[in-house]
Write a protein that binds this ligand. Structure first.
Ligand SMILES: C[S@@+](CC[C@H](N)C(=O)[O-])C[C@H]1O[C@@H](n2cnc3c(N)ncnc32)[C@H](O)[C@@H]1O
Length: 343
């Protein structure tokens, strides 16, 4: 989908011109008996606002496949982000106990409501109008989303930290974003997003979805992934972890030594060290790492400690682009042991 900036308009836009279907699109919309009827979606009456990522799924087979991958149980509460005109909302309602949908555009909110009005599904649907990133998520078992690609990253991080844990999230993303989620060390797409997501969740690639399955077609191909949070979560302070990963992936192909031994990084780590020390002194904890180091008269600055760590055999000449989760976890432990903290 387009890489436009997120639009944050105070007034959601209204349709300026009818959006009519080409005959090819019409033929795509013929539902089979076991597929959702997307014809009643009314998307042909509303001009899609592409700055809100409004590319609606028009192929009922894709909708059915996504909903099937979510393996929804009749007792489930489903969270849908960006229901649009409700193409997925209707089958989700049919299979679950309750659907909470968060939609930014009030034209879409009206459209979904219109679609279920007077049906058995009406009482099972709750729509929240607002920005999904700023909205507090309710309790849910499964999340299903075909979202504007400009909020993908914020949404993934929001889901990764959501509690209580949910069973899974089945989500459509721009192809490259989806591939970043599962990229492995040494692959070109391996990045901070890959490492952070894989630390906190298991991600599976489920299917590719071509541009022509959407109306209007986005500029890029898409993929559907399933995200399952690791339970229990890894025993790591995430802000500290992310502080280190963010630094190292700023220049992922440089050696750890050259990324960490820069003036601003040393300054920042020394400041963190002083803060940590003040906090620890405030807590009057005589057993902490600083008081032990002071007693031994071995207190060092961040620069010296970084030199020491990156000279260790396992880190010598290593680059973030080639390190895996276990490597990063032991690197962080190595620094923490010496009183260096990244947050
Ligand atoms: C790609 S369309 C998908 C519509 C529908 N789920 C489908 O598959 O046909 C994305 C939807 O997300 C909505 N949206 C955009 N930004 C949003 C945000 N920040 N929070 C919630 N919904 C948003 C758009 O208005 C649009 O209806």
């Amino acid at each position: 989908m387009p890489k436009n900036k997120r639009s944050r308009r105070s007034e959601p836009s209204t349709a300026s011109a009818p959006y009519s279907l080409s005959s090819r699109e019409k033929s795509h919309q013929q539902p089979s008996s076991d597929q959702p009827d997307l014809k009643s979606a009314g998307t042909n009456l509303i001009a899609p606002n592409t700055s809100l990522g409004q590319h609606f799924l028009k192929n009922p087979a894709v909708v059915t496949a996504i909903v099937a991958k979510a393996a929804i149980k009749p007792t489930d509460v489903v969270l849908e982000i960006g229901p649009g005109t409700g193409n997925m909302t209707v089958p989700l309602l049919q299979q679950s106990k309750h659907v909470v949908a968060i939609e930014y555009d009030n034209r879409m909110v009206r459209e979904v409501l219109k679609r279920v009005e007077g049906t058995d599904q009406e009482r099972k649907l709750q729509i929240i109008q607002g920005d999904a990133i700023k909205t507090r998520f309710p309790f849910f078992d499964v999340c299903v989303a075909n979202v504007p690609y400009q909020i993908s990253s914020a949404l993934v991080f929001k889901l990764l930290s959501h509690r209580p844990m949910f069973r899974c999230a089945v989500m459509m993303f721009q192809e490259e974003f989806a591939l970043r989620l599962t990229a492995r060390p040494g692959e070109a797409l391996y990045c901070r997003l890959s490492v952070n997501t894989q630390l906190l969740a298991k991600v599976d690639q489920l299917m590719k979805v071509g541009r022509n399955n959407f109306r209007p077609p986005p500029k890029v191909e898409s993929r559907v992934v399933r995200i399952e949070l690791r339970n229990p979560p890894p025993p790591v302070n995430f802000s500290e972890w992310d502080g280190m990963i963010r630094l190292l992936f700023n220049r992922k192909n440089k050696t750890l030594r050259s990324v960490l031994l820069t003036k601003p990084t040393i300054k920042m780590l020394d400041e963190n060290r002083r803060t940590q020390k003040a906090l620890n002194n405030g807590n009057n904890n005589m057993n902490n790492e600083f008081s032990m180091m002071e007693e031994e008269g071995v207190e060092k600055g961040a620069e010296q400690i970084i030199e020491e760590v990156v000279a260790l055999e396992q880190w010598k000449d290593k680059r973030a682009s080639k390190l895996d989760l276990d490597d990063f976890l032991s690197l962080l432990a190595e620094f923490n042991k010496r009183g260096i903290h990244f947050a």
